[in-house]
Write a protein of this length. Structure first.
Length: 396
């Protein structure tokens, strides 16, 4: 609907001239000005042009461009304009300082209703007071931010300040990205309090690195996910790298409850077989709508599991045969099966092909990269692909 202008090759002095076309009732989403060596003068030209016609711009990405004090002031003047409709603002890695953060947040307080996504990642100069200013903004009930990215704050205290703000106004934020931040046990407790709040609408909590003093902290975080308050429509819990098999019973409870969790990525977690079995108990529950991994009993039960990723698992042919028992079941509606580098040989290929021929209509993607089919395995796959009921669209 809206054309996108990509001006990454424009020189700074051309920005204002490039924006002349905005005055002719054209509608643009202006984005992708990241790492264009734009400095204070460029920010001034850009802000001036946008103030002359501010109502159409909805996305502005200035990642990696240092605005300096005057550039931040110019941008803040734009944000205060009542006609400004900006929805997404990225100032990632822009060397934003504490004072500049105060200027920005003050501008957003005066016109809080439009911005939905804000990325201030990688601004290590924000400091505690800068995060405090941002937290004050988050506590404003008129500020309806949906997505906040604050990667690499490198301060537990700053994360605590943020979660305190979210506790006071938890109803708007849908996605919180705190990658590469160390949140110790106190931070876990604060975050769990947010998640347990019935007003909390968080759908995605991404790549948080938790540092636990003991196993109880890990269980406490996992337990909070099962309290019916971590509301997810397209939800993800990703890369919680310290989760072990001890938390899996709690996660299984989440999956067994009436949660609308859609995706659970537990890559690099030390689950072990016992942890996977716990997860499977949750997946077998008919109320579970989650998309994650494992096992014959899950595939054979009335679950709406759509994707199974077992890449780099040492399944061998015997493990594949177990999986195939589930695939043969007519209630299995798996769409994507990933089995790359699983040490599968001819016997495993034979079992897979046989299972998929008996229930061929659902699977659309099969990844067998890094496994040796041998001559007979290739023949089995060829026979499968010739089946008129086979719906495979991607075979690797």
């Amino acid at each position: 609907l809206f054309p996108t202008m990509q001006l990454s090759d424009l020189k700074t002095e051309m920005l204002s001239r490039g924006w002349i076309i905005m005055t002719y009732n054209s509608i643009f989403i202006f984005n992708r000005l990241s790492d264009c060596s734009i400095s204070e003068e460029g920010y001034k030209a850009l802000s001036s042009a946008l103030r002359s016609n501010p109502s159409h711009l909805i996305e502005l990405d200035l990642t990696g461009n240092d605005p300096g004090p005057s550039g931040v002031k110019q941008l803040s003047d734009l944000l205060q304009d009542p006609n400004c409709q900006l929805k997404t603002l990225s100032l990632c890695g822009c060397s934003i300082t504490e004072k500049q953060c105060l200027i920005l947040t003050s501008a957003l307080k005066s016109n809080p209703s439009h911005l939905r996504e804000l990325n201030l990642s990688g601004n290590k100069l924000l400091g505690d007071s800068g995060v405090n200013h941002l937290s004050d903004l988050l506590m404003n009930t008129q500020f309806k931010l949906k997505k906040l990215e604050l990667v690499s704050l490198h301060s537990t205290k700053q994360c605590l300040i943020l979660t305190s703000a979210l506790k006071s106004n938890p109803s708007h934020l849908r996605e919180l990205i705190l990658s590469w931040n160390q949140i110790k046990n106190t931070g876990v407790n604060h975050l769990c309090d947010v998640l347990k709040d019935s007003r909390c609408k968080l759908e995605r909590l991404r790549s948080v690195t938790f540092t636990y003093k003991n196993q109880n902290d890990e269980n406490h975080f996992a337990f909070s996910l099962g309290q019916g308050s971590f509301k997810m429509d397209c939800g993800k819990v990703e890369n919680c790298s310290v989760l072990t098999e001890k938390s899996c019973s709690v996660l299984a409870t989440v999956l067994s409850s009436k949660t609308i969790l859609k995706e659970m990525n537990l890559n690099n977690s030390r689950l072990l077989d016992s942890g996977v079995k716990e997860i499977c108990e949750g997946l077998k529950n008919p109320v579970c709508d989650s998309c994650t991994q494992h096992h014959t009993t899950v595939l054979s039960s009335k679950t709406i599991l759509k994707e199974m990723n077992l890449n780099n698992s040492r399944l061998l042919d015997s493990g594949v045969k177990e999986i195939c028992e589930g695939l043969k079941n007519p209630v299995c509606e798996l769409k994507i099966l990933k089995l790359s580098d699983c040490s599968i040989s001819e016997e495993g290929y034979k079992a897979l092909s046989s299972a998929l021929r008996s229930n061929p209509s659902h699977l659309i993607e099969l990844d067998l990269t890094g496994n040796d089919p041998g001559p007979s395995g290739v023949k089995q796959l060829s026979d499968l692909l010739q089946d008129p009921n086979c719906q495979l669209k991607t075979l690797r």
